[in-house]
Structures are given as C-alpha cells and as structure tokens.
Design a binder for this molecule. Structure first.
Ligand SMILES: Nc1ncnc2c1ncn2[C@@H]1O[C@H](COP(=O)(O)OP(=O)(O)O)[C@@H](O)[C@H]1O
Ligand SMILES: [Mg+2]
Length: 384
C-alpha cells in the first residue's frame, strides 16, 4: 500500500511529507521510503503557531481558524509532494500540529485529567485528496493510561532492531527523544522517552540574540565555548533526573525555561551562550544514556550505536558535542541517513506506518514507551 505521512513538529518550522510503500503487519511490517519533501511554513504562520503554543490563553475563534488553515496547508503540501513524486497515495497519516500536551494527569474540576491537542483539520485533507486520512494519534494511547508520546518507537523498532547489539535511536527535533533497543529486543523491552530540548532552546536563544530562527549548521555555537557553570546549574532541572517514561514540550522547555537560562548566562559572550544551549542538548542526552539506558542491559557495552535523525543532525556543532559525550561510552554516532532513511523524513514516515496499522485495525502504541496499560489502535479516520 502507498501511504503518506505528514508531520509538523514542535519546532513549527514546516511540514514534512514522506511517501512510503508499506507491507506486512504490526512489528513485522516493511516500510520503503519512496520520496520526501519539506515545506516551510510562511513566517507569519510559524509565528502564530509558536505564539499559540506559548500562550496561557488563546481565543477559541483563532484556534478554530488555525485548525482549518493547517488543514489547507497540509493538503497543499500533500498535493505538491504527490505531483513532484508522480505518485498517488492510498492513505494518509497526519500527525497535526501539537498546541498543547500534558501527558501526566493533573487535578482538574474534581478529576485527574491528562490531555493533548493536535490541530490541523483532517476532513480538509480527505476532501482535497480523496483518500482516507488517519489523524489524532495520541488520545487513544492516553485513554489507555499512556502519556500519548512517544509514538515513533514503533517505527524505530521496525527499522532499527538488531540481533547482535543495542541501538539508541535519537530524534533531534524541537524536543530530543530517544528509543533504546537492546539486542534481540521484543517490543516490550524498548525504553523510549524525551531526553529534553533538541533544537528548541538553541532556536529560541538564536532568535533572541541574533534575530535568526536557527543556528545554521551550528556555526554560531562553533565560535563560542560552553559556559560550564550555566550548564551544571541548568542540568539540575528536575526533568533531567526524572525517571522515564517521561515526555517534554514547550511546556517544559519553552519561553519560561529560556528566560531562566538567559538569566543564568547574564552578560556572557553571545556565541558562548549559543554554545551553552547546544551543549545542554548534548549533555542531557549523555546523561539520559548513562542513567537510564545503559543500566538496562548487561553488560552495558552492548549498546554500540547511536542513530540520530531530525533537523538537529544538520547542526555540526551539536553533533560534535554529542559525539564527545558518547565517545567515552564507546558508542558510535551515526545518522539515519547512513542507514538509508533521510533524517528529516523519519518522523513523517513513522506516521505513515502508524496510519497503516490503524487502517488494518492493528494497535501501534508501544506500551513500554508510553506507559499505557495495553496496546491501542491509534487515531481517528476521516473516510473519503
Ligand atoms: N542546517 C541546519 N543547521 C542547524 N539546525 C538546523 C538545520 N536545519 C534544521 N535545523 C534545526 O532543526 C529544526 C527542525 O527540526 P525538525 O526535525 O523538523 O523538528 P520538529 O520535528 O520539531 O519540527 C529547526 O528548527 C532547526 O533548529
Ligand atoms: Mg519540523
């Protein structure tokens, strides 16, 4: 079956479309990437999404408008991708844009409520493309007691499990998240969680200090040196010590966090500040691997590869810092590109694979990763 995955992550940089061919069932599915395209959001759209995600309150009318606007933009992206690839898909999995995610239940009006919200109207996509669309993947996992995230471990297991050694698959999107797959793992053996910021803090600091939306290829950070004092202080944040499963978003590493981080940096050199934000991502990954991943398998040396994906793999300074963190652990750093999947396409491909499972009425959450009590069939279908 030809299935498209449409992804727009917390960076709110734009829309990734992956066109894939999928066969098989469940964890034994086979996925082949046929094409991948990235469509940047217009600047005003990006600003609006970021403002909405950071807002303590937003008008219901605006949220409703944004939902339908994104539906149109996803449809345009899909049509353009299909035209360029000369392919027509039979099914679409559309993640939508997360505007709020609270994976852990908290008291609300006399009950304990966990909640999540991905926006981007799938009915618009179905109407424009004439094929069924699966969307809204997270709530079914949460209704089964899970945190609704991460969902990509299903794809990680399908693509990257290895018979002889363990792999750590790390995505560097707005947030950083990893899936640790021990050698010969069963799906229940996976550990997956958000390590902390991926590019989110780097982007925010670069925007504030240099007026640019991201540190292209890590050049600004390369000209600075991390401020060890700030790094140590910031790493004391409770999130990094919390045991998995755990998820993070702008609620943890958005505007408030960045304000505190910049306060700690005081009047340090601007390049040093970018370098420190970059080192924070690398260090939080190093700490997560040492504390939560290596103790999983005896002997620990059996985790031999770290496979990175996401926009952050283009940040050469970040990748160097991650290499330096993991070298003492004898873990080799690669990217999914080395293993045949362009690093920007992976998350979009994951939602194609999840949509395919849903279409076949198969579950696709990984309970060991999300903390759910049971397997769940994810998403809602808009029928053509
Ligand atoms: N050439 C590059 N140099 C440095 N960083 C980059 C580059 N390209 C992309 N990025 C980073 O990757 C981010 C987007 O990554 P992505 O995987 O799409 O994240 P998300 O899933 O959160 O949208 C950008 O916001 C930017 O920080
Ligand atoms: Mg993105």
């Amino acid at each position: 079956m030809i299935v498209a995955g449409v992804m727009s992550g917390t960076s709110a940089d734009g829309i990734d479309v992956a066109l894939t061919r999928i066969q098989g069932r469940g964890f034994r599915s086979r996925l082949e990437l046929l094409a991948h395209y990235h469509f940047s959001y217009p600047l005003e759209v990006r600003r609006t999404i970021l403002a909405t995600m950071n807002a303590a309150s937003a008008s219901v009318a605006d949220l409703s408008r944004l939902n339908f606007l994104l539906g149109e933009l996803y449809a345009d992206a899909m049509r353009s991708a299909q035209r360029r690839a000369r392919l027509e898909c039979q099914l679409v999995g559309c993640h939508g844009q997360t505007i709020y995610h609270q994976g852990i239940a908290k008291p609300y009006l006399g009950r304990r409520i966990a909640c999540t919200w991905q926006t981007g109207e799938s009915a618009s996509l179905t109407a424009k493309l004439g094929v069924p669309v699966v969307s809204d993947f997270r709530p079914a996992d949460m209704a089964s007691g899970g945190k609704g995230a991460p969902l990509v471990p299903f794809l990680d297991y399908v693509l990257y499990r290895h018979r002889r050694y363990g792999r750590i698959v790390q995505n560097l999107g707005g947030i950083g998240n990893l899936t640790a797959i021990p050698p010969r793992a069963q799906p229940d053996d996976l550990i997956a969680f958000d390590t902390g910021p991926g590019n989110m803090v780097i982007d925010a600091v670069t925007e504030q200090l240099f007026g640019k939306s991201y540190d292209r290829n890590g050049r600004l950070a390369a000209r600075g040196e991390p401020l060890e004092r700030v790094l140590r202080e910031t790493m004391r944040d409770a999130y990094f010590r919390q045991k998995p499963p755990k998820t993070a978003g702008r609620e943890q590493f958005g505007r408030e966090f960045v304000r505190g981080f910049l306060r700690l940096c005081r009047r340090a050199d601007e390049n040093d500040i970018i370098a420190t934000a970059t080192a924070l991502t690398a260090r939080s990954i190093g700490m997560a691997v040492r504390r939560f991943v290596l103790p999983m398998v005896e002997p620990p040396a059996r985790f031999r590869e770290f496979v990175a994906s996401g926009g952050g793999t283009n940040n050469a300074t970040l990748m160097r810092m991650i290499r330096e963190e993991l070298a003492p652990l004898k873990i080799r750093v690669r990217t999914t590109d080395d293993l045949g999947m362009p690093s920007e396409a992976k998350e979009a491909a994951a939602f194609a694979l999840l949509a395919y499972q849903t279409w076949r009425r198969l579950p696709s959450n990984v309970p060991s990763a999300t903390g759910a009590d049971r397997p769940a069939i994810l998403g809602k279908v808009s029928y053509a």
